[in-house]
Design a protein. Structure first.
Length: 383
C-alpha cells in the first residue's frame, strides 16, 4: 500500500510530496532523483551511527546506483546533540565535502537528525535542497511534516531555527520494526495529540489501533501492519492540512485551525523536559504527560466532561508506560513558565480542549495558579 500526500503552502512557492511506501528504502535513489527534479550531484547524508548501521548501507547503495556521490556524517545519538555545536560540525562537514547549491542534504533518522540537518540545509549557502527520510514514528507523523527546523541552546529548546521546506519526504514504515518500545510509545503520544485536536475520526483511529495491540505492547517482533500504515497516512494528512494553512505559525492567528493548536500538550511537555534535563523523558513521553495535563485542566475549567477526560486518559495509557515523575516538585516544574511569559510579552498560551476535536487557546493569565499546581500535583502522584 503506497500513499502520496501533497503539501501546498498558501503563500509560498514551496510545494512537495510526502510519500509513504513500505520497503521504499531499497529504491530511495530513484525517488531522490525525481524529488530533486532529476538533478544528480552530491548528497550529504546526515544520520547517526545506530540508524546508519540499520539502514545506511541500503540507502547509500541505492543513491549510488542512481548516480549520486554520497558523503555521510554521523550526528551523536540523543536530544543533547541537537545543538549549535553539532550544527557547526555539520556545516564544516558540508564545506569540506564541497557541497554546492546544486547538491542536497538528506536526513536519515528521527526528529533530532531531521531538525538539525534541515536547519543546516536552510542556511548553508543561504539554503540548499533538502530531503527527509524519517525513521521514527514521531518523525514520520510530526517533525518531518511542516518545515520547522532548528537546534536547542542553553537558553531554550528549539530556540534557534528556521522554517524550511524539504524538496520531498519519503516514509518507509518498515523501518519502525526496529524502533525501541519507548520510541513507539513516544510517537503514539504525538499521534494522540493530533487525534485530540482533530476530531473523533483521527482520535478513534489511534485509539482503536492501540486497543488492538497485545498487552505489554510493542515488544520484540513488532510488525508494521496495513492499519499502521494507514494510521501514519491519516496523521500526515492532518498535520499537512494544518501547517499548509499557517506555514509560519502566525502570532496573531488564534483560530482553531492555527498551527498553534499543534502545541496541544506541549506547554507542560517542555516544562517537564526542562525539569528533567532533556535526558530522562523522551519528547513524545513528555507530550503524553502534557496531553493528560491539558485534559485535566480542560475538565477543571469545565470545558470537557468526565467521559471525555476518561477517554483521553485511557488512550494515553494505551500508548504505553510513561516513566514515573514522582520525584518532581509541581511548583518547580511550573516556575520557568513565568519566565516564558515575560519573553513572549505576557502572552503564554495553553491549548486546551472544549471537546475532542475542539482545541481552544487559553491565555496563561486566565488559569488560576492553584488550578495549575493542583492538576500537576495530581498528575505527578497519581500516575
Ligand atoms: N520540527 C518539528 O516540527 C518537530 C515536531 C515534533 C518533534 N520535533 C523534534 O523531534 C525530536 C524528537 O524526535 P524523535 O522522537 O524521532 O527522536 P530521535 O531523533 O532522538 O530518535 C529516537 C531514537 O530512535 C533511534 N532510531 C531512529 N530510527 C530508528 C529505527 N528505525 N530503528 C531503531 N532506532 C531508531 C535514534 O537513534 C534515537 O535513539 C525532538 O528534538 C523534537 O523537538 C520536531
Ligand atoms: Zn512534539
Amino acid at each position: 500500500m503506497n500513499t502520496s500526500i501533497s503539501i501546498n503552502f498558501d503563500r509560498s512557492s514551496s510545494a512537495y510530496d510526502i510519500e509513504i511506501a513500505a520497503g521504499a528504502l531499497s529504491n530511495i535513489g530513484e525517488w531522490a532523483s525525481s524529488a530533486l527534479g532529476g538533478k544528480i550531484g552530491k548528497l550529504a547524508l546526515i544520520t547517526n551511527r545506530k540508524v546508519d548501521r540499520l539502514y545506511g548501507e541500503r540507502v547509500s547503495e541505492s543513491f549510488v546506483s542512481a548516480g549520486f556521490d554520497v558523503r555521510t556524517f554521523h550526528v551523536g545519538d540523543g536530544e543533547r546533540f541537537k545543538s549549535l555545536k553539532t550544527f557547526e560540525k555539520v556545516i564544516s562537514f558540508l564545506s569540506t565535502s564541497q557541497i554546492k547549491r546544486t547538491d542536497a542534504v538528506v536526513a536519515l533518522g528521527g526528529g533530532v537528525v531531521g531538525d538539525l540537518a534541515g536547519f543546516a540545509a536552510s542556511i548553508y549557502m543561504r539554503g540548499i535542497p533538502f530531503l527527509q527520510i524519517p525513521t521514527t514514528l514521531l518523525s514520520m507523523i510530526d517533525s518531518s511534516v511542516g518545515g520547522k527546523t532548528g537546534v536547542n541552546t542553553a537558553f531554550g529548546k528549539n530556540l534557534v531555527g528556521s522554517f524550511y521546506q524539504p524538496a520531498g519526504v519519503m516514509i518507509d514504515p518498515l523501518t519502525l520494526e526496529t524502533l525501541p518500545r519507548r520510541e513507539l510509545t513516544a510517537g503514539f503520544c504525538e499521534a494522540i495529540k493530533h487525534g485530540a485536536i482533530s476530531g473523533y475520526d483521527l482520535f478513534n483511529n489511534v485509539n482503536d489501533f492501540l486497543m488492538a495491540q497485545p498487552i505489554g505492547r510493542f515488544g520484540k517482533g513488532f510488525v508494521v501492519s496495513g492499519e499502521l500504515q494507514s494510521l501514519i497516512a491519516k496523521q500526515v494528512q492532518f498535520k499537512a492540512y494544518i501547517v499548509s494553512g499557517d506555514e509560519r505559525e502566525s502570532i496573531v492567528n488564534d483560530s482553531a485551525s492555527s498551527r498553534k493548536i499543534l502545541n496541544f500538550g506541549h506547554t507542560l511537555a517542555h516544562a517537564l523536559e526542562n525539569a528533567t534535563g532533556y535526558k530522562y523523558l523522551k519528547h513524545g513521553e513528555a507530550v503524553g504527560y502534557g496531553v493528560l495535563f491539558a485534559a485535566s485542566l480542560s475538565k477543571k475549567l469545565d470545558l470537557i466532561n468526565k467521559s471525555e477526560l476518561q477517554l483521553l486518559n485511557d488512550v494515553v495509557h494505551r500508548a504505553g508506560i510513561l516513566p514515573p515523575i514522582r520525584h518532581l516538585n509541581p511548583s518547580e516544574v511550573l516556575e520557568p513558565l513565568k519566565q516564558d511569559k515575560k519573553i513572549v510579552n505576557d502572552s503564554l498560551q495553553w491549548i486546551l480542549l472544549s471537546g475532542i476535536g475542539n482545541p481552544v487557546i487559553v491565555p496563561h493569565a486566565d488559569i488560576p495558579k492553584s488550578v495549575l499546581v493542583s492538576s500537576l500535583d495530581e498528575l505527578i502522584h497519581h500516575q
